[in-house]
Design a protein around this ligand. Structure first.
Ligand SMILES: Cc1ncc(C[n+]2csc(CCOP(=O)(O)OP(=O)(O)O)c2C)c(N)n1
Length: 377
C-alpha cells in the first residue's frame, strides 16, 4: 500500500479483496464486486447504480459485445477494412459513461462502440468508419460524443482544451476522455495531463489499462503505472477494477463531481484485459499465453455483472429476451452494413474541415485529376 498524501486522498481497502495478480506497486484496486459477482463493502465507495440502472448498462454491454463479434466476422468476410474489438472492456466503458450527465462531453479512443451506443448513436456509424467509407458521421454536439481518435493520445489534448473552454464559459459540464495504457507514453498525453493540472481543467482521464499496447505489455511500457504517474503532474490518480461495473461507476462519478466542483482533473486507471485481438490485423497468440487469456476470460465483466443481477432477482426471461434482441440487432446492422455504398474518393475530402483550406482543395483536385487520368487509359 502506498502512503496517502495530498494527491492520493484514498483510503486503502481490505488487502484481502485485491486481485491475486494486482500490480506490485501497492496501489489499491478499488472494487465493489467480487469476482463471483457478490457485492463487497468498501470504506470509501458504495454502489451508486440501482438494479434498473445496472440492467440498462448491462443491456448496452451485451448488445455491444454481440456487435463486436459481428464486426470481427464482417472483417473476416472482407466487408470491413478493420475491426478493433473491445471484448472484456465493456464494464470499464459503461461504468464510466453511466457516471456522467448526458450533456457531459466524451472523447473516445477507437474501441468505444458501447459508449457510442449509450449516447444513442446508430452503431452503423462506427461500422462505416471501419468499412473505410466515412471519417465518422455523427453530430458531436448533439450526442456530446467526440469522433473516434485513431491517432493514439491526440484526443487527450482535444479533451483538455475543451475542458479549459468549459471553465472559461462557466458551463456546468465535465469531460471524460478515454485512452489506453500505451497512450500514456505519448508526449501528447503527458502534455494534456500537465495542462489539465495547471489549468484545473474539469476532465477525467479514463485509462483503460488492458495491459497491452498491441504486443507491448505494461512491463515494457512503463515503470510508474498511470495512477501513480498522475501524482507527478499534481493530479489525483486512482486505480479501479475495470471489470467491476459498480466500482468504475462510483470512482468516475466521484472524479466527475470533483471536476464539476472546480477541483480539477483526475486520472482513473481501470484495470482490465482485452480478451480479443488488438485489431483484426493482430494475432495475440504471438505475445501472450493461453493461461493468461483463460485467467482473464474467467473475469469476464459481463458474467460478473450478470451474476450480480441474478443475485438481485433478475430472472432468466430478461437474459433470454436480451439475447434475442442482440441477435436481431446484429442481423439488422449486418444487413445495413452490407448495403452501404462506397463513396467517391474525392468525397472523403468533404468533411475534413468545415471551411476547406486551399491546401485541402488543391489535394482533392490532384486526386480528382489523377483518377480522371486513370480512367482515360
Ligand atoms: C500516434 C500514434 N502512434 C502509433 C500508432 C499505432 N498504434 C495504433 S494502436 C497502438 C497501441 C495503443 O495501445 P493502448 O494505448 O494501450 O490502447 P489499446 O489499443 O490497448 O486500447 C499503436 C501504437 C497510432 N495509431 N498513433
Amino acid at each position: 500500500m502506498i502512503a496517502t498524501n495530498a494527491w492520493t486522498p484514498r483510503i486503502v481497502g481490505d488487502p484481502t479483496d485485491q486481485p491475486d495478480d494486482a500490480p506490485a506497486d501497492g496501489i489499491e484496486t478499488v472494487r465493489l464486486l467480487a469476482e463471483d459477482g457478490a457485492a463487497t463493502g468498501h470504506p470509501s465507495y458504495s454502489p451508486l447504480l440501482n438494479a434498473d440502472q445496472v440492467r440498462e448498462a448491462y443491456r448496452t454491454m451485451f448488445l455491444a459485445r454481440r456487435l463486436d463479434t459481428e464486426g470481427t466476422n464482417l472483417q473476416r468476410q472482407g466487408q470491413l477494412a478493420l475491426w478493433a474489438p473491445a471484448l472484456g472492456q465493456e464494464a470499464a466503458q459503461l461504468g464510466a459513461i453511466s457516471a456522467l450527465r448526458p450533456t457531459d462531453m466524451v472523447y473516445p479512443s477507437y474501441r468505444e462502440l458501447s459508449m457510442a451506443m449509450h449516447r444513442g448513436l446508430d452503431p452503423v456509424a462506427v461500422f462505416q468508419i471501419m468499412r473505410g467509407i466515412s471519417h465518422a458521421s455523427w453530430d458531436v454536439d448533439a450526442h456530446h460524443f467526440g469522433l473516434f481518435s485513431f491517432v493514439v493520445g491526440a484526443q487527450t489534448l482535444q479533451a483538455t482544451g475543451y475542458a479549459m473552454g468549459i471553465t472559461l464559459d462557466g458551463a456546468d459540464e465535465v469531460v471524460l476522455v478515454c485512452l489506453g495504457d500505451g497512450a500514456t507514453s505519448e508526449g501528447m498525453v503527458n502534455e494534456a495531463f500537465n495542462y489539465a493540472a495547471v489549468f484545473n481543467a474539469p476532465v477525467v482521464f479514463l485509462v483503460q489499462n488492458n495491459q497491452y499496447a498491441i504486443s507491448v505489455p505494461n512491463s515494457l511500457q512503463f515503470r510508474g503505472a498511470p495512477a501513480a504517474r498522475a501524482q507527478g503532474f499534481g493530479i489525483p490518480g486512482i486505480r479501479v477494477d475495470g471489470n467491476d461495473l459498480l466500482a468504475v461507476n462510483a470512482v468516475v462519478a466521484e472524479a466527475a463531481e470533483r471536476a464539476r466542483r472546480g477541483e480539477g482533473p483526475t486520472v482513473v486507471e481501470a484495470m482490465t484485459y482485452r480478451l480479443g485481438a488488438h485489431t483484426t490485423a493482430d494475432d495475440p497468440t504471438r505475445y501472450r499465453s493461453r493461461e493468461e487469456e483463460q485467467l482473464w476470460a474467467g473475469r469476464d465483466p459481463l458474467v460478473r455483472t450478470e451474476r450480480w443481477l441474478r443475485d438481485q432477482g433478475t430472472h432468466d426471461a430478461y437474459f433470454a429476451d436480451l439475447a434475442s434482441e442482440a441477435d436481431a440487432l446484429a442481423t439488422d446492422v449486418r444487413a445495413r452494413v452490407l448495403a452501404l455504398e462506397p463513396v467517391g474518393i474525392t468525397e472523403l475530402y468533404d468533411h475534413v474541415l468545415a471551411e476547406p483550406s486551399p491546401a485541402l482543395v488543391e489535394e482533392r483536385e490532384q486526386v480528382r485529376a489523377y483518377l480522371a487520368n486513370l480512367e482515360g487509359r
